[in-house]
Design a protein around this ligand. Sequence first.
Ligand SMILES: NC(=O)c1ccc[n+]([C@@H]2O[C@H](COP(=O)([O-])OP(=O)(O)OC[C@H]3O[C@@H](n4cnc5c(N)ncnc54)[C@H](O)[C@@H]3O)[C@@H](O)[C@H]2O)c1
Ligand SMILES: O=P(O)(O)OC[C@H]1O[C@H](O[C@H]2[C@H](O)[C@@H](O)[C@@H](O)O[C@@H]2CO)[C@H](O)[C@@H](O)[C@@H]1O
Ligand SMILES: [Mn+2]
Length: 441
Amino acid sequence: MEKKNLVIVGGGSTYTLGIIMSLIEEKETLPLRKLTFYDTDHARQEKIAKATEVILREKYPELEEFKYTTDMETAFTDIDVAFLQIRTGGLKMREQDEQIPLRHGILGQETCGPGGMAYGMRSIPDMIELIKDIRTYSEDAWIMNYTNPAAIVAEALKREFPEDRRVLNICDMPIAIMKSYADMLDKDVWDLVPGYFGLNHFGWFTKIEDKLGQDYTEVIKDKIVNEGFIPTDSEIANDASWQATFATARKMLMDFPEYLPNTYLQYYFYPEDMARKEDPDNTRARQVIGGRQKRVHETCDKITGSQSLEGVELTGDIHGAYMIRAAASLIHHLNHIYIVMVKNDGIISNIPEDAMVEVPAMLTKDGPKPFAVGEIPAFYKGLIENQYAYEKLVVDAYYEQSYMKMLQALTLNRTVTDVNMAKAVLDDLIEANRGYWPELK
Ligand SMILES: NC(=O)c1ccc[n+]([C@@H]2O[C@H](COP(=O)([O-])OP(=O)(O)OC[C@H]3O[C@@H](n4cnc5c(N)ncnc54)[C@H](O)[C@@H]3O)[C@@H](O)[C@H]2O)c1
Ligand SMILES: O=P(O)(O)OC[C@H]1O[C@H](O[C@H]2[C@H](O)[C@@H](O)[C@@H](O)O[C@@H]2CO)[C@H](O)[C@@H](O)[C@@H]1O
Ligand SMILES: [Mn+2]
């Protein structure tokens, strides 16, 4: 198989090390010639890159070139695929997104509700610039974006680059959920074939089959209800917050047993419970700073210090494997099925054509070929139309610099609904995001 060149944008991310391990585990799936890291923060990226040099020397000697840079031309010239994983404002601003809504009794979350909106407004301009910059140097590279909030970013990118068929928005949540299904069935996750529809972080599994067509949907539902539901991917299995989230997914299934829910629906179905449960002094950003980020940085220091992987436990995870396998399917025309974001265009026939929906698609050299979903029942249609109207209004507000549209967006959001609260939280978020957002008039 021809070797390809990959750039990881946001090389300093807490996910990079896991992706490196997955690249090693998946080197037959996506053999690489050159790997490049690009980041705007040299020091943050260098910590990961120095450890990566050691890992690659030991585990991927056939890789011809590895470099890390803050120079766009160096990063984006001669690449076949880019993984985009940036966080504008860093974890410090994530903490603001989580804490500010909580002050108003509204849940604070990375991608949902007012926190997700605030993050979206920061991500949009940087993502647009990045894609323009990548296109300046590599016209045909596949751009795989999972920068959050992916739903809002995808909506903005659809408007900004309508003709660019090589930008794919993708999220790992469905596959992480499927990993838990696979483990409860004692099966390989890659042998499961999902039926799924919705928006990003706002969808449902309608069916889980294996490749022979054996249907496991009802078995999975029974097991979740009777035996519980736990995260099993290595990255999240021991994380108390993810364990609580999966337990709430069980509650959602018991409330609405028709389909298997994406875990993110918990924030829209039980917004008051979710807000009440949060500790403003220890929201998820703080947990990540003291958890995943600390662990990753300590691991890097250890590897770099000893110039060896000896005594270090590192494996790939489902997140990395998913992005790598999906990229390989696009690049090498493998026609494998992944859940991705695409413009609806009638896939879900009774919701707006222009919505960026999340559905299973075959990933081919010509891009994603989604499968038809057809009409969805009234409950899901109502929820999705409401949520999509919110996402669309956030992006409208960005382009039109409209305070009113943003207020409309937050009023529609199921985590807010009260106009007085929407106004109060919006005003505080505007203040906290000065220098990041365009001015809303
Ligand atoms: N959709 C998904 O399934 C999924 C899964 C995991 C993570 N994510 C997203 O991946 C991103 C990274 O998450 P993280 O927790 O590792 O964050 P992080 O802050 O650890 O890493 C982000 C990196 O991006 C860099 N960066 C910021 N702006 C940049 C720019 N304009 N150009 C280049 N680099 C830039 C930062 O310096 C930092 O090193 C976030 O957006 C997160 O939400 C998405
Ligand atoms: O709160 P975080 O930063 O731990 O996670 C937020 C992300 O959660 C989902 O992704 C991943 C997770 O980050 C990763 O470690 C993996 O192993 O499991 C999770 C569930 O798939 C979500 O899809 C992302 O969009 C969030 O950023
Ligand atoms: Mn996601």
